[in-house]
Design a binder for this molecule. Structure first.
Ligand code: PHE
Length: 456
């Protein structure tokens, strides 16, 4: 969209819904629960909540400000606001690389969702036992070609939507599926908590064992928080550029952060009790949700077989849509870059990205099967991609954003943006707190956490 005729969001609810649409995705439903299980249970949750409110929310506000002030996409925003300083121009390019790398492995999990959707359509699916659910996942994921095919299928569909320019169609669709997903997670939560042995899972989420708190917990909680809020990759900067000058960005940002947080916590309570009830190891990794959720459907199926099948099918379908809307926005960044800067047609740009993400994603997918033994710094290829993106690149970009807002932009400009030129009294009153968080707390915390990653 040309900078001089950028669309604006309709109103406050529209802004929150669009931002929450980007934020809520596999990050909340798939990634959050397994991060909790791998990095310290309730202690991780506590750190995650504090990090979100104290660090990610100010970073979120900063990204919205950069977008709204510059009125352009993420890559050009820094250049424009820094009067084309070469360093900031260069930093803008990170916002192209990061989403493209994330799309590679995000689409692998998208592929798993497609496979589980297909599985959930068969009657046998809701008759699984805990062991059956784990075995089902094990045999699917270690198989060489099915997951790769599903990944390529999911990515192909995503790229087709981007190539056809019918993005807004699927985004409208997601406005329906997101609330549906919310309700279904609530239904699953109720069932999951009532399973025999589920109490242990609830305790696991509510009673922090502080001995589990390590530097690693902080590093991964911060990474998860950025990932979940779509921070550090230009997405929120771009959304910010569509926000009207009249909007109170504190309200919209806090609204988005809180709904994203709630969604993640709910997913945690839907999945962890089932994990314990089914006797699955909480640290089982990326497959956690796919191993535990079928067990909930199986239990539900004993009482209400038809309803259970229906819930399972709609649940996986909504996950596919949530994953696809996120993946569309990840791919779109690279596509619009290739079109604007390399003069490619939309179709060619889509094809190139399909090849890049399809190729690298295939390696990620194979790392659960035939390439499981390939380890880099002790990590599988999939984990390496995820770690480099979430723990390194997102934090790096987030750090650059807060340095930009806290140290490069004049305080007057930031104050203007935060308070709409002093017209919102409440924001004016708490501006010093925001300024302190952005200038000192966020950069120092993110810097320390960033380096923690290398000494673990
Ligand atoms: N925040 C999304 C999630 O939680 C991931 C994402 C990041 C999607 C950035 C789009 C852009 O799944």
């Amino acid at each position: 969209m040309a900078a001089n005729k950028r669309e604006k969001f309709g109103g406050r609810l529209a802004v929150i819904l669009a931002m929450a649409g980007s934020a809520i995705g596999l990050g909340n439903i798939w990634r959050f629960p397994y991060m909790v299980g791998e990095h310290g249970g309730a202690a991780f949750v506590v750190v995650y909540v504090i990090a979100t409110l104290l660090i990610s929310l100010p970073v979120f506000l900063s990204e919205v400000m950069v977008g709204r002030r510059s009125h352009t996409n993420a890559r050009d925003a820094f250049a424009r606001l820094s009067r084309h300083h070469p360093f900031w121009k260069g930093a803008g390019y990170l916002t192209i690389v990061i989403p493209t790398l994330i799309a590679c492995y995000y689409s692998v999990i998208g592929g798993w969702s497609v496979e589980y959707f297909l599985k959930s359509c068969s009657a046998a699916f809701i008759h699984t036992t805990p062991e059956g659910a784990s075995a089902l996942f094990g045999s699917f994921v270690s198989d060489t070609w099915t997951p790769v095919l599903m990944h390529l299928l999911f990515l192909g569909l995503t790229v087709l939507v981007v190539a056809g320019g019918v993005k807004s169609g699927i985004e409208k669709f997601s406005k329906v599926t997101l609330p549906v997903l919310f309700v279904l997670i609530l239904v699953i939560l109720v069932y999951s908590v009532s399973l025999p042995g589920a109490g242990e899972g609830v305790r696991y989420l509510l009673h922090p064992d502080w001995s589990e708190l390590t530097p690693r917990t902080f590093a991964y909680a911060m990474g998860q928080s950025f990932y979940s809020l779509s921070l550090g990759m230009g997405a929120i900067i771009t959304y910010g550029s569509y926000v009207s000058k009249k909007e109170n960005i504190l309200v919209t940002s806090a609204g988005t952060a809180v709904s994203d947080l709630l969604f993640a916590i709910m997913a945690g309570f839907a999945i962890m009790p089932a994990v314990f009830a089914a006797g699955i190891e909480p640290g089982a990794g990326p497959g956690l949700i796919f191993q535990s959720i079928p067990y909930v459907f199986a239990k539900m199926g004993v009482d209400l077989p038809v309803l259970s099948s229906l819930v399972a099918v709609i649940f996986f379908l909504s996950i596919i849509v949530a994953a696809m809307t996120s993946c569309i926005s990840l791919v779109e960044v690279g596509v619009s870059f290739l079109m604007e800067r390399a003069g490619m047609t939309r179709v060619r740009a889509c094809l190139l990205l399909y090849l890049i993400c399809g190729g690298l994603g295939t390696l990620c997918s194979l790392s659960f099967g035939p390439l499981a033994d390939v380890r880099v710094a002790g990590m599988s290829i999939f984990d390496l991609f995820d770690w480099v993106c979430s723990n390194i690149l997102l934090l790096l970009m987030g750090l650059l954003v807060v340095i930009f807002v806290g140290w490069i932009l004049p305080r007057r400009v930031v104050h203007d943006e935060f308070t709409n030129r002093g017209s919102i009294a409440f924001n004016d009153r708490i501006f010093p707190v925001f300024w302190f968080l952005i200038k000192w707390v966020a950069p120092i915390a993110v810097l320390i956490i960033f380096f923690t990653n290398f000494i673990l």
